[in-house]
Design a protein around this ligand. Sequence first.
Ligand code: ADP
Ligand code: MG
Length: 678
Amino acid sequence: MNRIRLLPEQVANQIAAGEVIERPASVVKELVENSLDAQATRITVEIQAGGRSLVRVSDDGVGMSRDDALLCLERHATSKIVRAEDLAAIATMGFRGEALPSIASVSRFILTTRERDADSPEGTQIVIGGGKVLEVKAAASAPGTTLEVRQLFFNLPARRKFLRTEETESAHIQHYLTLAALAFPEVAFTFLKDSRTVWQLPAVKSGNERGARLAALRERLRAVQGGEEKLVPVDFSAELSAAVESETDTGKSNQAGGPTRDLFRLWGYIGAPGVSRATREDQHLFVNRRPIENRGLNFALLEGYHTSLMKGRYPVSCLFLEIDPAAVDVNIHPAKREVRFRCEAEVRRLVAQALRQTLLQFHSEETVSPTRAAQPRPESPSASALLTKPTQTSLPQFPDHLRPAPMQTGAPTHQPALPMGFSPPEAHVRQSQGRPLSPGPVVQTLTYASSAASTSPLEPASTQASSPPSSIPALSPGAAVPLLHVPLRLVGVIGRLYVVLESDRGLVLLDQHAAHERVLFEQMLGRLEQNEQAHSQKLLLPETVEVSARDANFLREQLPALTRLGVGLSEFGERTFLLDALPPFVKVSEPRRFVLQVIDELKAAGQQVNSLRLGELMVAKTVCRHAVKANDPLSGPELEKLIADLRHCAMPYTCPHGRPTLVEMNFRELEKKFGRSQ
Ligand code: ADP
Ligand code: MG
C-alpha cells in the first residue's frame, strides 16, 4: 500500500514558516530585509500589540509588477538568485524565496506594490488569508511596497500560545530594527509602536569612502543609542589568503594560477579600554551587513581585548566585517543568524589582531605626534609591541607632603579655586581659547589643581581638533579623547588606594594598585622582549619551600618563566624548591607564602589556557598582582611617577587582568547626579 503523498502547498508553507517565522520579530526582519534588497531609501515599520495584531512595513523601493506580485507569493520564487552556483556568493539579504509565502500562510496578509520605474500610476493589491488568495486588484499607491501582516499565527493556535508578552515581542522587534538601522545608515527608518513614534531616523549621507562610512555609522549610533558611550573607531584591512579553492569548489576559478587573495576588512566602533558590559547585549557584529552570531568571532573579540577586559565582561562593539561573499556561507541557519567562514581560523585571527591594534593605537597614536613641543619626551610606546621601557623624564616635582589643592596659596587670581578644590570648567576653557587648538604640546605631567592656570592647560593633540571648546567638553564625534591625554591635577588620595584627580572634563579616580600592576606588567614584558633579565633582588636569607608532589611537577614547568621574571626559584629536592630572589617590587614579609600563592594563582590561570607550561605573559600577570599592595601610601613624587609611567604604557586604561585603572566622571554626569540636568 502506498502511504507517501506530496503535501499540499499550504501545508508546506506552514512548515517552512515554522522554521523561518518564529515570532513577530522574524516577520519584521524578513520584510525589512526585502525592502533593503529592493533598494529602499525610506522604510517605515509599524507594529501593534508587539506585532501580534499588526506588522506593517512600507518602503520606497523598486516595487513589483502585477505578475511579480503574484509570483512572489509562490514558494521558491525569488529575483535574487538564478542558479545553484549563485548560492556560493550571496550579496543580498534574501535568496530562498521562502519568506513571503511562509508569512502569508500564517497570517492575514495584504501586499500593495507599485513599480518605481514604471510609467503607470497604478499599483497592485493582493489580499491573502491563511495562505489563500482572496483578492487581487489594481490599487492606487505610491511607488514602492507595503506589506501588512495581521493576526500572526491566527491559524496556528499552538504557535500563538508560545508568543511572549507584548513588551518582550516589541523588544525583539526593536532589537532587530536597531541592527538594521546600524547596518544601513543611508536608509531612513521610522518605527511606530501602537501608533506612537519610537524612532524617526533620518538618512545619513554615507557613500563608499571609509571616513564617511565611519562618520555615518557614528551618527547612526548616536541616533539609536545616545552618544554617551566612549568609542574608538576601527578600520583594518588585510588580505585573506584564500584557502577557499582547496576546500570547496566555489565556482570561482582562478585564471592567473596563484592563490587568490580576498580582501578582509573590519571597520566600525568598539568601546574604549575600560568600557565593557556584563552581557553581550551591546556587542553587534555584521558580516557583509548582515547581523550575525558566531562563537568564533565572539571569542576573537575577547582575544583582541586581551588584558583590557575583565573576566566575565564583554566588549561593546558595532563592527562590520566585509569579506568576499564566496568566503562565507550564509545558508546554514533558517533565519540566517549564523554564518560559516571558509577559513574560520584566519578570520578569527584577523579580527583579534584588528582589535588589538586598535586598542594599542588608541593610546599611542597621539603621543607619537611629531609636532610635540614643551619638553623632551621619551620614546613613545610603539603600537606594535608592549615593549616600551618607560623612561624617566624630568618632571616638575611634587612637594613631599601631599596637600590637597585648596590648601595651596597663591592661586592665580583670574582662576578662583572653588572651596572644594575644583575650578569651574569654564576657567580652563577660557585659558585654552587663545591657544592654537591642535596640534599642540601635550602636558605629560600631573599638575596641581591650584596651579593649573600657570601650567598651560593644553588641548590634547586630538583628531577632533575642530570641535569648539564648550564649558563641558563634548564627546568628540568620532572617538573619545583618551583620558591620559588631558592634563590631570592631583586633589588627594582616599582610602589609601584611590587617587583623586581633576581634569578639565570632571572628576578622575585612579586605582593606584591597578595602575601599578599595569606599569610593572609592561615594564616586565618590555625587558623580556629585549631579552633582558627582569630586575631581581637577592634575598638576604634564601628560603626553602616545600610543596605537594603535584604542585612540584607543575612548578617545575613554570621555573624558566619565573626565573626570567625575577623570581629566583630552583629545585632543591624532590618536592622542595629554593627561593633566593624576588622582583624588587614584590615586598612580602613571608616569601614562602608568596610562592605558594603564586602557585595557586598560576594553577587557576592554567585551567583556562589548558596547557602545561604557562606563557611568560600569564606568569608576569600573576607576579604583578603582588606589586605594591593596595593601601601602601605613596608619596607625591611616587604618585606623579606612577601617572607618568602609566602614560607611557601601551594599554594604560586597565590592569593586566582587565580591571580599570582609571574611572572618569565628567561634569555632565556630575550634573546629572546633583539634579542640575536631566
Ligand atoms: P527572497 O527575499 O528570499 O527572494 P521573499 O519571499 O522574501 O524571498 O521575496 C520574494 C521576492 O519578492 C523577492 O525576491 C523580491 O523579488 C520580491 N519582493 C519581496 N519584497 C519586496 C519589496 N519590499 N520590494 C520589492 N520586491 C520585493
Ligand atoms: Mg526575503
